[in-house]
Design a protein around this ligand. Structure first.
Ligand code: S3P
Length: 446
């Protein structure tokens, strides 16, 4: 592995051994900054992910009137302005690569009396926004200049906004959260009906900040989430756990690399996020969950992963939301298993930072995996522990501005015969600063 982000080579070498810590949870980090900015007074956040996506949220919250500082011990201090009191930004809000920042902020601003323009990078500018602009439009927000419902986009919020009851047409925590955040400053009760449960950090954190929020669960598992508007949020002291989505990379690297044993400490284990670990265990992974505890209202544990003989499985589609960001690295694990792994119900993967089904199918095929791409999933016949093989010279994989594609192929490269090159590792800085250094350290290279 070399230091530069462009054309970085990942090749076979020593097993991975030792203890790793992964950066703070991205979803919780975004919400920490947003909710703290809406509380009246000073909140403190430690363990915040200092990746580009979260820094884009911090910059936006500053532009909207919150004061945000990081002290020398890495604790973030946020001086919030109160629900309904965000102020008009003077320039466009640059969301970089971050879909979560964009969609959640649109929700926040939908019930504020201001106009804001959202811009983003090439990847974000391709992603669909109508999933949030439609319900927020029902609440009274107006959206202008959004060709095809995409960024760049200008919106104007409405005060008072109209509380709505909205049934989610796609399983999306971002859409759910956008509506709940808009509901914070709407008079009355805003209700989101969620037929398929998605990550529930917004619900947990809104309650923690003092909002009146109720969740009813119907016999068929449908969740009805009601938030009472014109809320007053109280400042909090928050501790962000390690991101299970980031932990999945060293875990899978250890599972597929002979001789490896890696412990990842302080990993968030919210059940709406841990589908990947359950599915790896179902494949026979030697993956133990130890030292289970609760930190700041979220379950946390240490994970111990040892090299394992994996067996292909059928992944039930209803588990998809609890491992939605982990499919790229899961596909790498499946390519090493013996037998067939089938996934379905994954249409959402086509509208993430890239079309993850297409990029994973093409990239894995380039390194010799047997992959069939279907409309809503991949079918992978694994190599039963044999290294992947991209031919005599290391092939180049294009990451297409997608951090998780880059990291998944980096891990795959460690288990190929002649390595592979990733054209651009810089997107990894959005969610996992220090990723390549961590791989290097676990392989005893520094
Ligand atoms: C996120 C929700 C998920 C996930 C994204 C973060 C969140 O997106 O893919 O990385 O923080 O709410 P969807 O809710 O659109 O599936």
């Amino acid at each position: 592995m070399t230091e530069i982000a462009r054309n970085m080579l990942f090749e076979p070498g020593a097993p991975l051994r030792g203890t790793a810590q992964v950066p703070g949870d991205k979803s919780i980090s975004h919400r920490s900054l947003m909710l703290s900015a809406l509380a009246v007074g000073e909140s403190h956040v430690s363990g915040l992910l200092e990746g580009e996506d979260v820094l884009a949220t911090a910059a936006a919250m500053r532009a909207l009137g919150a004061q945000i500082e990081r002290n020398e011990n890495g604790v973030w201090h946020i001086y919030g302005v109160g629900v309904g009191s965000l102020t008009q930004p003077q320039t466009a809000l640059d969301m970089g690569n971050s879909g979560t920042s964009t969609r959640l902020l649109m929700g926040l601003l939908a019930s504020h009396n201001l106009t804001a323009t959202f811009i983003g990078d090439a990847s974000l500018s391709k992603r669909p926004m109508s999933r949030v602009t439609t319900p927020l439009g029902l609440m009274g927000a107006e959206f202008m200049n959004a060709p095809g419902g995409r960024l760049p986009l200008t919106m104007r919020g409405l005060v008072p906004a109209v509380p709505i009851e909205y049934r989610l047409p796609v399983a999306s925590a971002q859409v759910k959260s956008a509506i709940l955040l808009a509901g914070l400053n709407a008079p009355g009760i805003t209700r989101v009906i969620e037929p398929v449960p998605t990550r529930d950090h917004s619900e947990r954190m809104l309650r923690g900040f003092g909002a009146q929020l109720e969740v009813e669960v119907e016999p068929d598992g449908t969740r009805i989430i009601s938030v009472t508007g014109e809320a007053e949020l109280r400042p909090q002291t928050l501790v962000v756990p390690g991101d299970p989505s980031s932990a999945a990379f060293p875990v899978v690297a250890a599972l597929i690399t002979p001789g490896s044993e890696v412990t990842v400490t302080n990993v968030g284990m919210n059940p709406t996020r841990t589908g990947i670990f359950r599915m790896l265990q179902a494949m026979g992974a030697d993956l133990s969950i130890t030292n289970e505890r609760e930190v700041g209202g979220e379950p946390v544990a240490d994970l111990v992963a040892r090299h394992s003989a994996l067996t292909g499985i059928d992944v039930p589609p209803d588990i998809a939301p609890s491992m939605i960001d982990e499919f790229p690295i899961f596909f790498v694990a499946a390519a090493h298993a013996s037998g067939r792994t089938r996934t379905s119900g994954l249409d959402e993967l086509r509208v993430k930072e890239s079309d993850r089904l297409a990029l994973m199918a093409h990239g894995l095929a380039r390194i010799g995996a047997s992959v069939e791409e279907q409309e809503d999933g991949l079918i992978i016949d694994g190599r039963a522990g044999d290294p992947l093989d991209g031919g005599n010279s290391a092939p180049t994989i294009a990451a297409e501005l997608d951090h998780r594609i880059a990291m998944s192929f980096a891990v795959a490269g460690l288990n190929t015969r002649s390595g592979l090159i990733i054209d651009d590792m810089s997107p990894v800085a959005t969610s996992f600063p220090g990723f390549t250094d961590l791989l290097r350290t676990l392989r005893g290279e520094s």
